[in-house]
Write a protein of this length. Structure first.
Lengths: 112, 305
């Protein structure tokens, strides 16, 4: 359902205060395999007290319409991620000769 | 790392770990949280009809729909949390009235026809807005919107089908459908917010590409889409000034009662007090479930890492 909430004049939003991460239940990341032959893909996250309830909640929150045949959950705190500041070093050094289109093959050879 | 302004200018998505202006972060926290609150509070007007649905089929459908609203709330809370705010904090802000939810849910659902009207009109208006938000600049919000829009389509269609069934039924059922349209039409148009000239926060949100279409344009899109549907149902839109304008290729409409709109926003709608009281009561009554789950988890904790 909706959605956009409107602020009355003179009722301007206050700053939201310090960023906090406290919550009784830890955060879990949910991965869903859509069908056999495909990888598990990140679907979203949720809070749950333990792994068992995380799986049960993941089923209810992310696969109400047969979106998957298998679910993984993993504590978000366990995920190790690359630093966005390293993106240039890690991903901007593509070498064109790694790609098949770099090589000119004579037409007579046909498909290769 | 690409600079925030470059990401926005290039029409790329901002992701949680990108640097972003604090005001952008705060605007999104507030908007996404209030969107989530709306989904959660929105379960109330429909939830009370689950036990009174006219058939078992309608009851099963309504349960699925209300469960979807809970799911939508959860996708959105997760999206808000990527901005560095905790779920508990958002819940507290709702309960203390520091954050709001969509005013439309402060109207009562008096008849079964209202369940039809909510799906058709309220969800229809929501889809119009959410299709725009699916293109917004913040990645997690945009992705949540894509999933929500897909599911919302079922909501709108089932609502229209309820209206169709009523409008083909007995004179009493037709009257019920008309009465629901009469009561939900104007509040649905108000969902798009004040006219562009009076919309205070739109300019910055548009510059940040959170908002991509103006309130009035979205509202017009909704009106143009919905009026022919009302005609198909044989129902009368409660606006004596409604006319098709051949020059503009849009419907012209009568004035919206903005006094009513602001009264409901400020807390004086029919059910503002009940909605939030119920939300708090349920949260408190269920505290033992949360505590039990935590105790169970602590007892069965497997060491990690």
């Amino acid at each position: 359902m909706p959605y956009e909430v409107h602020t009355a004049p003179g009722d301007d939003p206050q700053p939201e205060g310090p960023r906090a991460t406290d919550y009784g239940w830890p955060l879990w990341e949910v991965f869903v395999r859509a069908r056999r032959g495909l990888s598990h893909v990140h679907a979203g996250s949720l809070h749950a007290a333990d792994a068992e309830t995380a799986l049960e909640s993941a089923r209810d929150v992310y696969t109400r319409r047969s979106e998957g045949v298998s679910i993984w959950v993993i504590p978000s705190a366990q995920i190790v991620a690359s630093d966005p500041d390293d993106a240039d070093i890690l991903f901007d050094s593509d070498k064109p000769y790694r790609h098949p289109t770099f090589y000119d093959i004579p037409d007579e050879i046909g498909h290769m | 790392m690409p600079l925030f302004d470059e990401i926005i200018a290039a029409d790329h998505k901002v992701e949680p770990r990108d640097e972003m202006p604090e005001a952008y972060r705060q605007t999104l926290i507030r908007q996404i949280a209030q969107h989530a609150h709306s989904e959660i509070i929105g379960m109330q007007p429909e939830g009370i009809w689950i036990t009174r649905a006219p058939t078992l089929k309608r009851k099963a459908i309504l349960m699925a729909k209300v469960q979807d609203e809970a799911g939508h709330g959860l996708y959105l809370y997760s999206a808000a949390e990527t901005l560095g705010v905790s779920r508990n904090e958002l819940m507290e802000r709702l309960h203390e009235g520091r954050q709001k939810y969509s005013s439309i849910f402060n109207y009562p659902t008096l008849t079964w026809g209202d369940i039809g009207a909510i799906g058709w009109l309220v969800d229809g208006a929501a889809i119009t807005n959410q299709l725009m938000l699916a293109r917004c600049s913040y990645g997690p919000y945009a992705r949540a919107m894509v999933k929500i829009c897909k599911e919302e389509s079922f909501h709108q269609r089932q609502g229209f089908e309820i209206m169709l069934t009523l409008s083909k039924g007995t004179p009493e059922q037709r009257a019920m459908a008309q009465d629901s349209l009469d009561r939900w039409w104007w509040p649905s148009l108000m969902m798009f917010g004040p006219h562009d000239a009076e919309s205070t926060h739109s300019e910055q949100s548009t510059a940040w590409k959170i908002k991509r279409v103006s309130n009035d344009r979205l509202r017009q899109e909704f009106i143009d889409m919905t009026v022919p549907q009302a005609e198909f149902l044989g129902l009368t839109v409660p606006d004596p000034e409604l006319r098709w304008n051949e020059q503009t290729n849009h419907y012209d409409t009568g004035p919206i009662d903005w006094d009513e709109f602001w009264a409901v926003v400020k807390g004086n709608g029919p059910l503002n007090r009940q909605r939030i009281d119920h939300k708090i009561a349920v949260w408190e009554e269920n505290a033992w479930v949360r505590k039990a789950a935590e105790a169970y988890a602590a007892k069965h904790m497997v060491p990690q890492g």
